[in-house]
Design a protein around this ligand. Structure first.
Ligand code: FE
Ligand code: FE
Ligand code: ZN
Length: 278
């Protein structure tokens, strides 16, 4: 059975997020490691993080999936801005030591006209520097919609990053809205897409999913999230995903346009799908 959760506000700390997750029927969650617009991270509270980890253990939570800031572009064209993004990544990974063995997901970046190959090289460089010395965190490259000059809109680009870094601590987080927008038809051929993922990247690298419906049609390269069942993916696609044997035991995170009550409702819907299948 997969672990199900949603994106939560980190403003009251780690323990508060675990309690909130529990209160809405989640057994994993995601949060931004820093303000998505600004770049400054708030001071760490190691006691709070330790309490959160221990409560997660008691409650049988799956791994949480922290999310790096959208503004962190590891392959932006300006060298100073790129160095700054790399230092943000390194600091984020250091801070993840307070939440040992959990996941840190981020958008690979946008190459802004430099070309995907150059972008991939810069992302690889930033990861190699940030991952050494080894912190107890697995970084997850998010599958992207291929909007503008986004890197990571194809499985091959993610594979190239993984090979370039050459570490077991790099995995992938598959975002359902993004892959569909990118042109992977998980509506009509989920098994085919998973087989392609396995062939190119290897399913052992697939560590987590983002569950989002899409406001746009197949291969639109747009990236606009919709609530579960209300977009072009549809309920049946999500039923297949949450009950898929190859995806069992993975954390699945909702990033749908919802507040907490809406998330609680979607979590119930997904859990019902799982229960009805058994
Ligand atoms: Fe994301
Ligand atoms: Fe996502
Ligand atoms: Zn998105």
């Amino acid at each position: 059975m997969p672990y199900l959760g949603c994106h939560l506000s980190a403003s009251k700390g780690d323990l508060a997020m675990v309690r909130t997750a529990q209160s809405i029927g989640a057994d994993t969650f995601a949060f931004f490691t820093r303000n998505p617009r600004g770049s400054k991270a708030k001071p760490q509270d190691l006691v709070d993080s330790a309490k959160a980890m221990s409560l997660m253990g008691q409650l049988g939570f799956g791994k949480l999936v922290a999310h790096g800031a959208y503004t962190m572009n590891l392959c932006t064209a300006d060298p100073d801005a790129r160095d700054f993004a790399a230092s943000v990544l390194a600091e984020d990974l250091q801070r993840m030591a307070a939440l040992p063995e959990q996941y840190y997901n981020f958008h690979p970046g946008s190459h802004v006209g430099q070309g995907a190959e150059a972008g991939i090289e810069q992302i690889v460089g930033a990861l190699r520097r940030a991952l050494e010395p080894a912190y107890p965190v697995t970084v997850l490259l998010e599958t992207m919609a291929g909007k503008g000059s986004e890197v990571g809109g194809s499985f091959q680009e993610l594979k190239d990053i993984i090979d370039g870094v050459g570490s077991d601590s790099v995995g992938v987080c598959l975002d359902t809205c993004h892959v569909y927008d990118a042109g992977y038809d998980i509506v009509n051929d989920l098994d085919g897409v998973l087989a392609e993922f396995d062939r190119i990247i290897g399913l052992d690298r697939l560590k987590a999913l983002h569950l989002n419906d899409s406001k746009n049609p197949f291969a639109s390269h747009k990236d606009r999230h919709e609530c579960i069942g209300q977009g072009s993916l549809g309920l049946e696609t999500f039923r297949r995903i949450v009950t898929h044997p190859l995806l069992a035991d993975k954390p699945m995170i909702l990033e749908t346009p919802n507040e907490l009550p809406g998330y609680a409702e979607e979590l119930r819907l997904l859990r019902d799908m799982i229960m009805n299948e058994r």
